[in-house]
Design a protein around this ligand. Structure first.
Ligand SMILES: NC(=O)c1ccc[n+]([C@@H]2O[C@H](COP(=O)([O-])OP(=O)(O)OC[C@H]3O[C@@H](n4cnc5c(N)ncnc54)[C@H](O)[C@@H]3O)[C@@H](O)[C@H]2O)c1
Length: 394
């Protein structure tokens, strides 16, 4: 999914569809009707981190009827300038300090390096901003939990990527499980990998790694479907000790680029995820057009497989004792896009609707990733403390 060659036109197309639907739904919202006689309240948005993923976020935000793009920021000022020009954003800054002192905004969209998220999210919340953060929200559980507590104290909202629970395929699977469609659930597996990004060193440095970049999707999906995990056992490794980064040269890899995690969800349910930056993918870096199951769940009365990756699923297949051949359900995407999180956050701030993704879920997934590294270091099974509101069903 890392988007060296994003396709803004495709993103914009399905975006419009989703916003038309969202706008239609919002017309029925009492909050909107009373607040704005026919007008949509727009949330003033500032985006920090004008790199690769901002090229996917900004078109989506720019097309949203709930968003007024006020400012962009990057420590590399040319990047902020370029995105401001492209998306007609009136203000640009070179630091969060400048941004917070500049044009007023309500929602910070944080798409900076993973190691910067916790610090910047905290500073923005302290300044009274709502925050949508790329993953991970922070690099320690204490910091992630502190962000949650601070957001409550300050009366602002905090949300974090990924948005996998929003996909209609996720919802189909969640409802199938809730209806007992697989009988007694026993086990699940998911995987996601490619050959690794080549445009930024932070992916390979301390507190970067393939877990918060890639494994985070499967962990969010499986905990979202099977419930919060109770404990973790993991192995991680570094397969490729150095990487070539465009414009930077050779960098040493100091965080895992290969990981396998076992999760205990309680009541006998066990799942496994694997991810890495050393996975040859015949479908290319982005893995689009993957037609096999990348995620499977099995129970006493059925088996279910997700076709394609969970951030952009192609459908769900189901087999039961009555219909033992896998049957594919082509699920209408309804405008779902993996890069929609910040736009959905803005819509929710504007309308009062609660999104399916929650900060509590993001913090739980943070804890799993940190516990996985602890398990590798100690050789032990690590109990987990955090939990989140479950099931995640619309
Ligand atoms: N690239 C993708 O397709 C993709 C997809 C999904 C999620 N993500 C996530 O998005 C985040 C960013 O990834 P990316 O690929 O866009 O990286 P990137 O290196 O292309 O962009 C990050 C940008 O943030 C800027 N930055 C760093 N620290 C900053 C600070 N303190 N203040 C202001 N700007 C700062 C950098 O200069 C850079 O321009 C990561 O968490 C990544 O896991 C990326």
């Amino acid at each position: 999914m890392n988007s060296q060659n994003p396709s803004p036109s495709a993103a914009t197309h399905s975006t419009r569809r989703s916003f038309l639907q969202a706008a239609g739904a919002a017309l029925a919202s009492p909050i909107l009707v009373s607040a704005a006689a026919g007008e949509t309240r727009k949330i003033k948005v500032g985006l920090i981190g004008c790199g690769s993923v901002s090229r996917m976020y900004l078109p989506h935000l720019a097309a949203s009827p709930w968003v007024e793009l006020v400012s962009v920021c990057d420590i590399i000022p040319e990047r902020a300038q370029q995105q401001a020009d492209r998306f007609k954003v009136p203000h640009q800054y070179a630091s969060l300090d400048q941004m917070l002192a500049g044009a007023s905004f309500e929602l910070l969209v944080n798409t900076t390096d993973m190691q910067e998220h916790g610090r910047l999210n905290r500073q923005a919340i302290m300044a009274g901003k709502n925050v949508w953060s790329e993953k991970p929200m922070a690099t320690t559980v204490a910091d992630a939990q502190e962000l949650l507590d601070l957001a409550k104290t300050k009366g602002v909202r905090l949300w974090g990527a990924p948005t996998v629970v929003n996909s209609p395929a996720f919802q189909f699977m969640a409802k199938t499980l809730a209806a007992g469609g697989l009988g007694r659930v026993a086990a699940a597996h998911a995987h996601y990998g490619h050959e690794g990004p080549n445009w930024a060193a932070f992916f390979y440095q301390k507190n970067g790694g393939s877990l918060p970049d890639l494994g985070v999707y499967n962990l969010t999906t499986l905990t979202g479907l099977l419930g919060p995990a109770k404990s973790v056992v993991a192995m991680t490794s570094i397969v490729t000790p150095t990487r070539e980064i465009t414009g930077r040269g050779t960098v040493e890899v100091t965080e895992e680029d290969n990981a396998m995690i076992l999760l205990d969800h309680g009541q006998g349910v066990i799942s496994h995820i694997q991810c890495g930056f050393n996975y040859f993918n015949p479908h290319g870096h982005e893995g689009r057009n993957e037609q096999r199951h990348t995620l499977s769940i099995v129970g006493t009365q059925g088996a279910m497989g997700l076709v394609g990756y969970d951030w952009e699923p192609g459908g769900v297949e189901l087999a039961t004792p009555q219909n033992p051949e896998f049957k594919r359900f082509a699920i209408e995407q309804n405008g779902y896009r993996w890069e929609e999180g910040a736009s959905v956050a803005a819509e929710c701030l504007a309308t009062g609707r609660e999104p399916l993704f929650t900060a509590g879920h993001a913090v739980h997934v943070c804890e799993i990733m940190i516990a996985a590294r602890e398990s590798q270091a100690s050789g032990r099974r690590i109990p987990l403390q955090t939990t989140f509101q479950w099931p995640v069903v619309s």
